[in-house]
Design a protein around this ligand. Sequence first.
Ligand code: BTN
Length: 319
Amino acid sequence: MTREKILEFLRKKQDYVSGDLIAGRLNISRQALWKHIQELKDSGYDIVAVPHLGYKLLSTPDRLFAHEISSSLATDFIGKKIYYSETAPSTNEIADALAMKGEPEGALVVAETQTKGKGRLGRIWFSPKYKGIYFSLILRPDILPSQAPILTLLSAVAVCEAIREVCGEQALIKWPNDIYLNNKKMGGILTELSAETDRVRFVVVGIGLNVNNDRKSLISTATSLKDQKNETVSRLQLLRVLLHRLEENYLLFQNKETACIIEKWRHHSLTLGKRVKVYSHKQHIEGQALDVDTDGGLLVRVDSGITKKVMAGDVVHCR
Ligand code: BTN
């Protein structure tokens, strides 16, 4: 808390602030202040100290510290409570445990790296430290389990909107929730549900994005924003904007404006209109991806001319 207050002082002034002034305002000794400044420097804050002038903040590290996300976060309930860790097994696992204990809607779990990052269908999500964005959001919508797929679609829409706003890049969605840039995967969403037959207890929306990964560290089918733009992207800014977009789209959902979410999803779709193969545990179908239904299912016209709906599975776009 003290360190956050020190940062607040330095940020507001954008110039040298005397140590006496900060220590006096925070009611701490000069020595305690010096110690806090050293700790801030160790966490990556570039702070200079000049005799008779005081301290000046030169730059802030691109770390996803809770207080950095919160500062200038334009949301009402998403990210009001943030659990940050440098290393987590999986943010979805932590969020799930927190939600079980009653953590409120909007709480966020963020990590700089994951040792057991989970992807869909039991896959691993590669989460190199300080390179990507890995977080999980707890939601408590009053819905039936069958309505949950829309949460995944609206999250994918929010990701595309945030990437557009921050980086000017046109990300697209491979049904249901893979984020693509130039035909390579740069992000994914893992939505996990805790539900009874007719009631959702809570939902954990886990989002992983490749942001500043170098091309040589990525497999040939994957990309990152840095790989596409040839420049480093502020993860902090992207995350703040994404949380805002998630809240906006979630509110649309709460206000029963699902049609608007689906329309936006269509606009960002990489899948619609393509010939696809869909693998699910029940069936394997091939045909033309026609549309997404109001419940988020993918409508595929198979070669016999019949239209089938798939609610879950792995899509392969055919050439
Ligand atoms: C996929 O495309 O298969 C979904 C990937 C989801 C990865 C994110 S990273 C943050 C959150 N925690 C996890 O363990 N997984 C999700």
